[in-house]
Design a protein around this ligand. Structure first.
Ligand SMILES: [Zn+2]
Ligand SMILES: [Zn+2]
Length: 96
């Protein structure tokens, strides 16, 4: 059985497994931020400044991948789709 819907992450700091991030890049068990390195400028550090910058490098703005951020992106996409559908419905309703 594929288990793609329940990804298991392992924290590099406390070495414990968990199925999802409450905050992307931050271990929900020990609260440590994942260590990231920017592909573009080589800036290294905890995930927090990258996350605060919108999943981008705080120095050069290059996009970085933060563990657990994809899941939230999906929720965002779903919300945008739902709001768009409701908005479209209201728009059509008002037009008539
Ligand atoms: Zn941890
Ligand atoms: Zn950078």
């Amino acid at each position: 059985m594929p288990r793609e819907d329940r990804p298991i992450y392992t924290c590099k700091e406390c070495d414990r497994d968990f199925s999802r991030y409450e905050t992307p890049g931050k271990c929900p068990v020990c609260g440590e931020w994942e260590k990231l390195e920017c592909d573009s400028c080589g800036h290294k550090g905890g995930a927090k400044p990258f996350y605060d910058a919108g999943c981008k490098c705080p120095k050069c703005g290059h996009k970085v991948r933060i563990s657990g951020a994809d899941f939230n992106l999906w929720i965002l996409v779903a919300i945008v789709a739902i709001v768009g559908a409701i908005g479209g419905g209201i728009y059509l309703f008002v037009l008539r």
